[in-house]
Design a protein. Structure first.
Length: 296
Protein backbone atom coordinates (compact mmCIF):
# COMPACT_ATOMS: atom_id res chain seq x y z
CA UNK A 1 0.00 0.00 0.00
CA UNK A 2 1.37 3.41 -0.97
CA UNK A 3 2.37 5.67 1.93
CA UNK A 4 0.01 8.55 2.72
CA UNK A 5 2.42 11.41 3.40
CA UNK A 6 -0.16 13.27 5.46
CA UNK A 7 0.03 10.52 8.10
CA UNK A 8 3.48 9.14 7.28
CA UNK A 9 6.07 8.20 9.92
CA UNK A 10 8.88 10.59 10.87
CA UNK A 11 12.29 9.72 9.41
CA UNK A 12 15.30 11.08 11.31
CA UNK A 13 18.26 11.74 9.01
CA UNK A 14 21.58 12.29 10.78
CA UNK A 15 24.52 13.92 9.02
CA UNK A 16 27.81 14.13 10.92
CA UNK A 17 30.35 16.38 9.18
CA UNK A 18 34.11 16.46 9.61
CA UNK A 19 36.07 18.76 7.28
CA UNK A 20 33.75 18.33 4.30
CA UNK A 21 33.26 21.97 3.36
CA UNK A 22 33.51 21.02 -0.33
CA UNK A 23 30.59 18.61 -0.17
CA UNK A 24 28.34 19.38 2.81
CA UNK A 25 25.96 21.81 1.07
CA UNK A 26 25.17 19.36 -1.74
CA UNK A 27 24.69 16.59 0.81
CA UNK A 28 22.24 18.58 2.93
CA UNK A 29 20.27 19.87 -0.03
CA UNK A 30 19.80 16.30 -1.24
CA UNK A 31 18.11 15.55 2.11
CA UNK A 32 16.09 18.76 2.22
CA UNK A 33 14.77 18.25 -1.32
CA UNK A 34 13.50 14.69 -0.80
CA UNK A 35 10.11 13.76 -2.27
CA UNK A 36 9.30 12.40 1.19
CA UNK A 37 8.60 15.38 3.44
CA UNK A 38 8.22 14.07 7.02
CA UNK A 39 11.95 14.26 7.75
CA UNK A 40 13.68 15.37 10.93
CA UNK A 41 17.20 16.47 9.93
CA UNK A 42 19.86 16.47 12.66
CA UNK A 43 23.25 17.83 11.58
CA UNK A 44 26.39 17.56 13.70
CA UNK A 45 29.76 19.11 13.02
CA UNK A 46 32.29 16.80 14.65
CA UNK A 47 35.13 19.25 15.31
CA UNK A 48 35.83 20.44 11.75
CA UNK A 49 38.79 22.77 11.24
CA UNK A 50 37.70 23.99 7.80
CA UNK A 51 34.69 26.19 6.91
CA UNK A 52 32.07 23.45 7.42
CA UNK A 53 30.50 25.06 10.51
CA UNK A 54 29.73 28.38 8.83
CA UNK A 55 28.29 26.63 5.75
CA UNK A 56 26.00 24.42 7.86
CA UNK A 57 24.97 27.32 10.12
CA UNK A 58 23.97 29.42 7.11
CA UNK A 59 21.89 26.57 5.68
CA UNK A 60 20.24 25.90 9.05
CA UNK A 61 19.00 29.50 9.21
CA UNK A 62 17.35 29.09 5.81
CA UNK A 63 15.94 25.58 6.24
CA UNK A 64 15.43 25.38 10.03
CA UNK A 65 17.04 22.02 10.71
CA UNK A 66 18.75 21.20 14.01
CA UNK A 67 22.49 21.89 14.06
CA UNK A 68 24.90 20.73 16.78
CA UNK A 69 28.54 21.89 16.53
CA UNK A 70 30.69 19.79 18.88
CA UNK A 71 34.21 18.72 19.71
CA UNK A 72 35.39 15.64 17.82
CA UNK A 73 33.56 12.67 19.37
CA UNK A 74 33.67 10.19 16.50
CA UNK A 75 30.82 8.85 14.41
CA UNK A 76 29.53 6.08 16.66
CA UNK A 77 29.22 8.34 19.72
CA UNK A 78 27.55 11.01 17.59
CA UNK A 79 25.05 8.49 16.21
CA UNK A 80 24.19 7.22 19.69
CA UNK A 81 23.60 10.81 20.85
CA UNK A 82 21.45 11.43 17.77
CA UNK A 83 19.42 8.29 18.46
CA UNK A 84 18.54 9.70 21.90
CA UNK A 85 17.48 13.02 20.35
CA UNK A 86 15.61 11.55 17.40
CA UNK A 87 11.84 11.47 17.08
CA UNK A 88 11.71 9.26 14.01
CA UNK A 89 10.29 5.79 13.59
CA UNK A 90 13.20 5.37 11.19
CA UNK A 91 16.84 6.44 11.60
CA UNK A 92 19.15 7.24 8.68
CA UNK A 93 22.86 8.03 9.16
CA UNK A 94 24.26 9.72 6.06
CA UNK A 95 27.79 10.72 5.09
CA UNK A 96 28.53 14.42 4.72
CA UNK A 97 30.24 13.82 1.36
CA UNK A 98 27.50 11.68 -0.26
CA UNK A 99 24.31 12.60 -2.12
CA UNK A 100 20.84 11.07 -1.87
CA UNK A 101 18.64 10.28 -4.82
CA UNK A 102 15.64 12.54 -4.33
CA UNK A 103 13.14 9.67 -3.93
CA UNK A 104 15.43 7.61 -1.71
CA UNK A 105 13.62 8.13 1.61
CA UNK A 106 10.18 7.62 0.05
CA UNK A 107 11.23 4.26 -1.39
CA UNK A 108 12.77 3.02 1.83
CA UNK A 109 9.85 4.10 4.02
CA UNK A 110 7.52 2.23 1.68
CA UNK A 111 9.70 -0.88 1.86
CA UNK A 112 10.04 -0.86 5.64
CA UNK A 113 6.34 -0.26 6.20
CA UNK A 114 5.64 -3.30 4.02
CA UNK A 115 8.32 -5.48 5.71
CA UNK A 116 8.01 -5.22 9.52
CA UNK A 117 10.58 -7.98 10.16
CA UNK A 118 13.34 -5.84 8.63
CA UNK A 119 15.59 -3.99 11.07
CA UNK A 120 17.56 -2.27 8.33
CA UNK A 121 17.37 -1.94 4.57
CA UNK A 122 19.70 -0.56 1.94
CA UNK A 123 20.11 -0.44 -1.81
CA UNK A 124 22.46 0.31 -4.66
CA UNK A 125 24.87 3.22 -5.09
CA UNK A 126 26.53 5.05 -7.95
CA UNK A 127 30.16 5.94 -7.29
CA UNK A 128 31.17 9.50 -8.15
CA UNK A 129 34.48 11.35 -8.00
CA UNK A 130 35.35 14.52 -6.07
CA UNK A 131 33.69 16.67 -8.73
CA UNK A 132 30.51 14.61 -8.87
CA UNK A 133 31.19 12.71 -12.10
CA UNK A 134 30.25 9.03 -12.28
CA UNK A 135 33.12 6.57 -12.27
CA UNK A 136 33.62 4.17 -15.17
CA UNK A 137 33.21 0.95 -13.20
CA UNK A 138 29.89 0.52 -11.39
CA UNK A 139 28.05 -2.49 -10.00
CA UNK A 140 24.58 -3.13 -8.67
CA UNK A 141 22.99 -5.95 -6.70
CA UNK A 142 19.59 -7.65 -6.86
CA UNK A 143 17.08 -7.49 -4.03
CA UNK A 144 18.02 -9.63 -1.02
CA UNK A 145 16.99 -10.60 2.50
CA UNK A 146 19.95 -11.35 4.78
CA UNK A 147 20.12 -13.05 8.17
CA UNK A 148 22.98 -13.11 10.70
CA UNK A 149 25.02 -15.80 8.96
CA UNK A 150 24.61 -14.21 5.54
CA UNK A 151 26.47 -11.22 6.97
CA UNK A 152 28.82 -12.95 9.42
CA UNK A 153 30.02 -15.50 6.85
CA UNK A 154 29.97 -12.89 4.06
CA UNK A 155 27.74 -15.07 1.89
CA UNK A 156 24.92 -12.55 1.48
CA UNK A 157 24.73 -9.23 -0.31
CA UNK A 158 26.16 -6.37 1.72
CA UNK A 159 24.24 -3.14 2.23
CA UNK A 160 26.29 -0.05 1.25
CA UNK A 161 26.73 2.39 4.14
CA UNK A 162 25.31 5.42 2.24
CA UNK A 163 21.96 3.60 1.88
CA UNK A 164 21.42 2.25 5.42
CA UNK A 165 17.91 2.89 6.74
CA UNK A 166 17.14 1.61 10.25
CA UNK A 167 14.06 0.89 12.30
CA UNK A 168 14.73 3.10 15.35
CA UNK A 169 13.13 0.71 17.83
CA UNK A 170 15.36 -2.11 16.55
CA UNK A 171 18.48 0.02 17.04
CA UNK A 172 17.44 0.81 20.60
CA UNK A 173 16.60 -2.83 21.29
CA UNK A 174 20.22 -3.90 20.53
CA UNK A 175 21.79 -1.03 22.47
CA UNK A 176 22.64 1.27 19.58
CA UNK A 177 26.12 1.68 18.16
CA UNK A 178 29.43 0.63 19.76
CA UNK A 179 31.61 3.57 20.81
CA UNK A 180 34.79 1.49 20.53
CA UNK A 181 34.23 0.79 16.81
CA UNK A 182 34.88 3.60 14.34
CA UNK A 183 33.31 1.84 11.34
CA UNK A 184 29.82 1.16 12.55
CA UNK A 185 27.90 -0.37 9.64
CA UNK A 186 29.06 -4.02 9.86
CA UNK A 187 28.71 -4.10 13.67
CA UNK A 188 25.16 -2.78 13.76
CA UNK A 189 23.96 -5.06 10.95
CA UNK A 190 25.34 -8.07 12.83
CA UNK A 191 23.71 -6.96 16.08
CA UNK A 192 20.33 -6.46 14.42
CA UNK A 193 20.34 -9.77 12.57
CA UNK A 194 21.61 -11.64 15.64
CA UNK A 195 18.53 -10.25 17.43
CA UNK A 196 16.26 -11.74 14.76
CA UNK A 197 15.72 -8.82 12.39
CA UNK A 198 16.61 -9.10 8.72
CA UNK A 199 18.91 -6.83 6.73
CA UNK A 200 17.24 -6.30 3.37
CA UNK A 201 18.57 -5.00 0.08
CA UNK A 202 16.46 -3.15 -2.49
CA UNK A 203 17.49 -3.28 -6.13
CA UNK A 204 16.88 0.49 -6.45
CA UNK A 205 19.64 3.08 -6.85
CA UNK A 206 19.45 5.20 -3.68
CA UNK A 207 22.59 7.31 -3.31
CA UNK A 208 25.74 8.67 -4.89
CA UNK A 209 28.87 7.55 -3.02
CA UNK A 210 31.74 9.99 -3.37
CA UNK A 211 35.24 8.59 -3.87
CA UNK A 212 38.06 10.82 -2.64
CA UNK A 213 41.42 10.46 -0.82
CA UNK A 214 39.89 10.55 2.68
CA UNK A 215 37.37 7.70 2.31
CA UNK A 216 37.50 5.38 5.31
CA UNK A 217 37.68 2.26 3.16
CA UNK A 218 41.08 3.44 1.86
CA UNK A 219 42.51 3.49 5.40
CA UNK A 220 43.35 -0.20 5.37
CA UNK A 221 44.88 -0.47 8.83
CA UNK A 222 41.93 1.34 10.44
CA UNK A 223 39.47 -0.85 8.56
CA UNK A 224 41.31 -4.03 9.51
CA UNK A 225 41.44 -3.20 13.23
CA UNK A 226 37.80 -2.10 13.38
CA UNK A 227 36.46 -5.16 11.57
CA UNK A 228 38.40 -7.41 13.96
CA UNK A 229 36.94 -5.45 16.90
CA UNK A 230 33.51 -5.99 15.37
CA UNK A 231 33.95 -9.73 14.96
CA UNK A 232 35.28 -10.00 18.54
CA UNK A 233 31.78 -9.14 19.77
CA UNK A 234 30.65 -12.46 18.25
CA UNK A 235 33.61 -14.65 19.27
CA UNK A 236 31.36 -17.20 21.01
CA UNK A 237 29.91 -18.20 17.66
CA UNK A 238 31.29 -21.53 16.36
CA UNK A 239 32.14 -19.89 13.03
CA UNK A 240 34.29 -17.15 14.62
CA UNK A 241 37.72 -18.60 13.78
CA UNK A 242 36.70 -19.31 10.20
CA UNK A 243 35.33 -15.80 9.82
CA UNK A 244 38.32 -13.89 11.18
CA UNK A 245 40.89 -15.79 9.11
CA UNK A 246 38.81 -15.50 5.97
CA UNK A 247 38.93 -11.76 6.65
CA UNK A 248 42.69 -11.88 7.28
CA UNK A 249 43.19 -13.48 3.88
CA UNK A 250 40.91 -10.98 2.17
CA UNK A 251 42.82 -8.05 3.69
CA UNK A 252 46.21 -9.63 2.97
CA UNK A 253 45.33 -9.70 -0.71
CA UNK A 254 44.08 -6.13 -0.57
CA UNK A 255 47.02 -4.71 1.41
CA UNK A 256 49.85 -6.64 -0.29
CA UNK A 257 50.39 -3.91 -2.88
CA UNK A 258 49.69 -0.56 -1.17
CA UNK A 259 50.57 -1.33 2.48
CA UNK A 260 53.42 -3.84 2.88
CA UNK A 261 53.78 -3.28 6.62
CA UNK A 262 50.13 -4.16 7.23
CA UNK A 263 50.29 -7.07 4.77
CA UNK A 264 53.30 -8.53 6.60
CA UNK A 265 51.51 -8.23 9.97
CA UNK A 266 48.41 -9.93 8.58
CA UNK A 267 50.40 -12.70 6.91
CA UNK A 268 52.28 -13.52 10.11
CA UNK A 269 48.98 -13.80 11.99
CA UNK A 270 47.41 -16.40 9.67
CA UNK A 271 47.87 -20.04 10.85
CA UNK A 272 48.96 -22.40 8.09
CA UNK A 273 45.69 -24.32 8.38
CA UNK A 274 43.85 -21.19 7.26
CA UNK A 275 45.92 -20.59 4.13
CA UNK A 276 43.79 -20.49 0.97
CA UNK A 277 43.96 -19.19 -2.59
CA UNK A 278 43.81 -15.57 -1.37
CA UNK A 279 46.86 -16.21 0.82
CA UNK A 280 48.81 -17.35 -2.21
CA UNK A 281 47.57 -14.48 -4.35
CA UNK A 282 48.51 -12.04 -1.59
CA UNK A 283 52.03 -13.45 -1.39
CA UNK A 284 52.41 -13.25 -5.16
CA UNK A 285 51.15 -9.67 -5.19
CA UNK A 286 53.59 -8.75 -2.45
CA UNK A 287 56.49 -10.40 -4.35
CA UNK A 288 55.81 -8.15 -7.34
CA UNK A 289 57.51 -5.28 -5.53
CA UNK A 290 59.34 -6.79 -2.58
CA UNK A 291 60.48 -9.76 -0.55
CA UNK A 292 58.04 -11.66 1.64
CA UNK A 293 59.21 -14.53 3.88
CA UNK A 294 57.09 -16.32 6.47
CA UNK A 295 58.85 -16.78 9.82
CA UNK A 296 58.53 -20.21 11.41
Amino acid sequence: MKIDQSTSPIVTVVVSCFNHQRYIEETLLSVLNQTYKNIELLVFDDGSTDDSVSIIAALSKIHSFSFYPQANLGLSTTLDNALILSKGKYFVPFGSDDVMFLDRIEKQVQYMEDHPSSGVCGGNIIKIDELGYGLTRQKSHPASVNDFYDIFLNTGIGLPAPTLFFLSSALKAVGGFSNEIQLEDLYIQLKLTQAGFTADGLNDMLAYYRIHPDNNYKKLSTMFENVLLTYAHFKEDPSYEKVIYAYHNKMLLRAAGPDKKLAWRIFCAIPYRHFNIKTLKGIRRFFCKGHFTKKS
